[in-house]
Design a protein. Sequence first.
Lengths: 124, 109
Amino acid sequence: QVQLVQSGAEVKKPGASVKVSCKASGYTFASYDINWVRQATGQGLEWMGWMNPNSGNTGYAQKFQGRVTMTRNTSISTAYMELSSLRSEDTAVYYCVRMYYSNYGYYYYYMDVWGKGTTVTVSS
Amino acid sequence: DIQMTQSPSSLSASVGDRVTITCRASQSISSYLNWYQQKPGKPPKLLVYAASSLQSGVPSRFSGSGSGTDFTLTISGLQPEDFATYYCQQSYSTPYMYTFGQGTNLEIK
């Protein structure tokens, strides 16, 4: 079945970087964008950005511009999200998500498959 | 940037009730609106896409409507498993920027 398997929990010190992986299976990895969404404890969902696995093109939320990098390795169907200059406010669960689409004359995009999430804790 | 505002932020209801959650966009987004359900400790689950299309496997008691700036998610005949947090999300912005609403927590009365 279609699934996204994320790497394990991370604990980082302020100022460090973290790199989370997301391995896709059950579908053609290059066919659908991978997005990253995070959620701090007790808070809502925050969209971080997208990556096209075919081209490597990316787009980031303004809030994360300059601190986030999304990449991929198509040979192993894996996407990566690296966040640098970590601060305590970056403590959250990070989800990778497949962005599917339907064509009704226009393309409608929606997040249909989610990874289980990776907990990143930033603490001194 | 397009802002998404949900109301109410929290809602108490009983099993069997009909509930409606509203999502308003800060500008017209046509029908580029999705709804998700999230239970504690789990990732969100897609319920409705393109404002009114039910995702495969989602019970028919869920329905979405609206276009432009105002959208609703309706649950007809609440079931115990429906108590969760619901989020709307727009997929209109180009270049892509998929903003979420702040969420609506649906609790048991």
